[in-house]
Write a protein that binds this ligand. Structure first.
Ligand SMILES: NC(=O)c1ccc[n+]([C@@H]2O[C@H](COP(=O)([O-])OP(=O)(O)OC[C@H]3O[C@@H](n4cnc5c(N)ncnc54)[C@H](O)[C@@H]3O)[C@@H](O)[C@H]2O)c1
Ligand SMILES: [Zn+2]
Length: 351
């Protein structure tokens, strides 16, 4: 199945979801730089470059190291110099091919070169399709923290070729499924059910439909709040504990698995704050995801990390809670409830 979604911002842009769409990428810019990481370039750059060339573009391929290590100011500067040396002008384009690390970095290159040139994304991880490629957040990390430098720079179009997900390790696919499930909890219960279907993976017949529903949830939120003044913060559901788990374990717990755990903790918090009990749903997701077991964690360090989260202020830690499926809200949670819920969370892990 094929889906064409539209992000109604100024200017509007299209998101194409289809198998084989890398073979049909056509863009108007005549000079194009494809940025891909060293693992993705050999797999998918030839098809993308061939289709861009068929459309009449001259294409240069620049490769970067794979993974989060590429998101630095040093590599950003290197890429800018390469664009300048290639003589790229204001009417040229950058195309990101790869996961969220690649699109964040390449997007920031496109945002900053000549104060902004055209940017396109061809995401190849489920996480990048559901989350990173939509909404225009681009940037790199500093030694002091993740995503501390960046810009909002919307793509001109996004091409999601679901065939590329077949080379993704199943575990990485299920990490991305956490963000899909999160979008379901925020706005669309049918999406939650679709993710929990037996055999939900890169070859599932419902993949494109499910992906399209998940992307649509993000589009709706981004359209209402493009620069994260308010509602876009709901996308952080499950992320307050997740960021703490990632930091404390030095990323031994990968992001999507940390989000799986974080959503369950947030669901238990919601229940303890008197809202609908969504923990059966988040538990079912963890059964689907099968994340790595958590190491022993000390409550005080977990609490301190959560308090450092950007949603914390003097009066306590603000959490995205769900009053019910589709009814997120941002609320300060008293420390006693956080701790009591942590005990419940640990009991769940031990069961
Ligand atoms: N801009 C945003 O709104 C936003 C939202 C969420 C996450 N992010 C960012 O996204 C990044 C995480 O994204 P990610 O999980 O896609 O990570 P990633 O880009 O680091 O990719 C993970 C690994 O998978 C490999 N890979 C990618 N596609 C593959 C494929 N089809 N087959 C086999 N291997 C493949 C990559 O080479 C890499 O080694 C983080 O930097 C995060 O900050 C940004
Ligand atoms: Zn996330």
């Amino acid at each position: 199945m094929e889906f064409d979604l539209t992000v109604h911002l100024n200017p509007a842009y299209r998101i194409r979801i289809a198998r084989g769409t890398l073979q049909q990428v056509r863009i108007p810019e005549k000079q194009v730089v494809v940025i891909a990481d060293s693992q993705i370039a050999p797999l998918y750059a030839p098809a993308l470059i061939a289709s861009l060339e068929q459309g009449g573009s001259s294409v240069y391929l620049l490769t970067i190291p794979a993974g989060e290590v590429a998101k630095t100011l040093a590599i950003h500067a290197q890429l800018l110099s390469q664009l300048a040396q290639l003589g790229l002008t204001r009417d040229s384009a950058v195309v990101a091919l790869g996961g969220g690390a690649t699109s964040d970095l390449a997007g920031y290159v496109a945002a900053s070169y000549l104060r902004g040139i055209a940017f396109y994304v061809c995401p190849t991880t489920l996480l990048a399709m559901v989350d990173a490629s939509v909404g225009g957040k681009t940037g790199v990390n500093l030694p002091e923290g993740k995503n501390l430098v960046g810009a909002f720079h919307q793509p001109k179009a996004v091409f999601m070729d679901t065939n590329t997900l077949e080379s993704l390790p199943l575990r990485t696919f299920r990490e991305g499924a956490a963000e899909l499930f999160k979008h379901g909890l925020l706005a669309n219960p049918q999406l939650c059910a679709a993710v929990l279907e037996t055999g939900f993976n890169a070859t599932h017949s419902n993949l494109e439909q499910t992906l399209a529903s998940g992307v649509q949830v993000k589009i709706d939120i981004v359209e209402r709040d493009p620069t994260e003044q308010n509602e876009r913060a709901y996308l952080n559901f499950g992320h307050t504990l997740a960021h703490a788990l990632e930091a404390i374990t030095h990323h031994a717990v990968p992001h999507g698995e940390a989000v799986g755990y974080g959503m369950h903790y947030a669901a238990l918090l919601g229940k303890n704050m008197g809202y609908t009990d969504l923990s059966p749903q988040t538990k079912a997701f963890l059964e689907y995801q099968r994340p790595m077991p958590l190491p022993e964690l000390n409550w005080v360090s977990v609490r301190d990390f959560m308090a450092r989260d950007k949603k914390a202020d003097n009066a306590g830690v603000r959490f995205v809670l769900l009053e019910a499926i589709g009814k997120p809200k941002l609320e300060r949670v008293p420390e006693a409830v956080l701790e009591q819920t942590w005990a419940g969370f640990l009991a769940f892990l031990a069961a």
